[in-house]
Design a protein. Structure first.
Length: 227
């Protein structure tokens, strides 16, 4: 079984187990006297609720559509994150040529909900920061990609963590591109899933489900179960 099927099955099993547990907790079992227990008629199969073929097909179709939608979001978010990193590096490279005495690698990138890009940190003057932000906000490809990252991450976290319900608006102004990529990279280890990916680029462009799984842990840390 490949990783996508395995994680998908685990999620579905978790949902089914939670539903069964909730139903069991809500059921009241009344004790019967010994005689009544012996004389009790076996439950008739006619009275056992069973999903119809139509209901089963509908559930399967809904589950299929749900997963297709999420896998599509994961693919788009992975591509958007790679584009965001690439465009930001290109911007810093171009500006380093124009400002050779300034270390632009200390700059990080944030984004407002309206799409406006912000340069965070870095030992630069307010005037230079304003000028750089004007230039970087002219990069529509970067703005669009980073926006997709914010929106896609909310879907990814909801997909992997049934107890979380974040929205994209929760992340605007909070994400820092360098911090996010560093946290993401730390989710890879010398053993376990993704051990064959060495560079950040290889990790970002890995299997889209693996990328999403690691990114969900990077944003919403919990016990790492990679083996």
């Amino acid at each position: 079984m490949d990783i996508k099927s395995s994680l998908q099955k685990s999620q579905h099993d978790l949902v089914n187990n939670n539903a069964a547990l909730a139903k069991a907790k809500s059921t009241t079992i009344e004790a019967q006297p010994p005689v009544e227990k012996l004389n009790a008629a076996p439950a008739s199969i006619e009275h056992t609720p069973v999903a119809s073929d139509e209901e089963i097909k509908r559930f399967q179709q809904e589950a299929y559509e749900y997963n297709v939608k999420n896998f599509d979001v994961q693919d788009k978010t992975q591509a958007a994150f790679a584009t965001t990193l690439n465009e930001f590096e290109k911007f810093k490279g171009a500006q380093s040529t124009l400002h050779p005495n300034i270390d632009l690698n200390s700059l990080d990138l944030a984004q407002k909900e309206d799409g406006t890009l912000q340069l965070v940190g870095g030992n630069i003057t307010d005037a230079l920061r304003a000028g750089l932000e004007t230039q970087i906000n002219a990069n529509d490809e970067l703005k669009s990609a980073y926006k997709q990252v914010h929106e896609g991450m909310a879907d990814i976290i909801r997909y992997f963590d049934v107890n979380s319900n974040p929205e994209a608006k929760d992340f605007y102004g909070k994400f820092r591109l360098n911090e996010l990529s560093n946290s993401f990279e730390k989710q890879f280890h010398d053993d376990g899933f993704g051990q064959d990916y060495n560079t950040l680029e290889e990790k970002v462009l890995s299997n889209s489900l693996l990328f999403s799984y690691k990114m969900a842990d990077a944003i919403n840390p919990r016990i790492n179960i990679s083996v």
